[in-house]
Design a protein around this ligand. Sequence first.
Ligand code: AMP
Length: 296
Amino acid sequence: MAEAEFNGKEEELKPYLVVDVKEMCKRADALRAQGKRIGLVPTMGALHLGHLSLAIAAKNECDVVIVSDFVNPTQFAPGEDFDKYPRTLDADINLLSKIGADYIFAPKPSDMYPEGFDAKVHVGGVSQLLEGEFRPTHFDGVATVVLKLFNISRADVAYFGQKDYQQVQVVQKMIDDLNVPIQIEMLPIIRERDGLAMSSRNQYLSNEERKEALVLSEALAKAEEMIRAGERDANAIYAEMRAIIESAPSAKIDYMRVADPKSLQPLERVAGNAVVLLAVRIGATRLIDNKIIDRK
Ligand code: AMP
């Protein structure tokens, strides 16, 4: 808490750091009992403006804001970047102090997954496509930790970024199928000035790779331009996107998809609204981005 600042109220240091799962449950219970509306922002830390935009929305709409800061081991497969994922708790606390978030919940993996932990939330359908094809265990890990965080925080509403569009669809499906008593909100992607979607993983990029990473947002802009100009054939869109992405020497495409916004099933022809999603590796760094194309 060394770097957190007083927030005008002398008696309260915000955000209040909670590391213990039971303590977070107790505090959240007490807040609910007082009739407070609780907003949860689930994150893996290494906070940037994308995360802060969610916390600010929560602050505007709720009485209490809990930001969880937990690099969830179960959503990483062996060989992925769990060990090197940036962990910057002091800086995260400092940033959250500027916007008046009330709690930062940063549990230890051993407290979230004590010995003998043996439950898993599996959402079928939408979790099997796209990211699910490349990271087959990822969404089980996400759904499980998100449900735990919903339960621990007793939140009324949770805030997610469009940056992880498929994740939002998976979480919404879990909520619908399991009657989870929470609402979720999806907020727009916050980008760097040159268009790169903000991501904690951007810091893995070398200077050269950082420049090459612009091909993601450029390819999405091209897709949008084509659709708005009347292009209906997804393959024609993929061809243009591919040309842009492959102009970057270290870019490798995992997928590009023009999809139905809800089911994420591929659209061969773009008739109504669509979402264009892609995952591209720039050197060793895997980046995702997407664009909603609302044609109302
Ligand atoms: P992460 O810490 O990457 O798991 O992200 C935590 C939450 O922040 C997720 O709901 C993300 O979609 C959201 N998020 C991450 N990057 C951005 C961004 N550039 N703009 C908006 N939301 C974001």
